[in-house]
Design a protein around this ligand. Sequence first.
Ligand SMILES: [Cu+2]
Length: 67
Amino acid sequence: MSTLTFSVPGVSCAHCQAAIKSEVSTVAGVESVDVDLDAKVVTVTGEPLDEQAVLAAIDEAGYEVAA
Ligand SMILES: [Cu+2]
């Protein structure tokens, strides 16, 4: 099982959390998605994890990942 974390400064409320969770959950291999509203960090675990696909899903949900 691998874990990836992404800094997503735009997450601010339960709606953002739900939007990212539902979008990222659709990525193949993803087992769980955690969105920390205080740290503004999205943690994704799964196997295999395609980082580009997860990035695309976060973008699709309408959020930008900080470099
Ligand atoms: Cu929000």
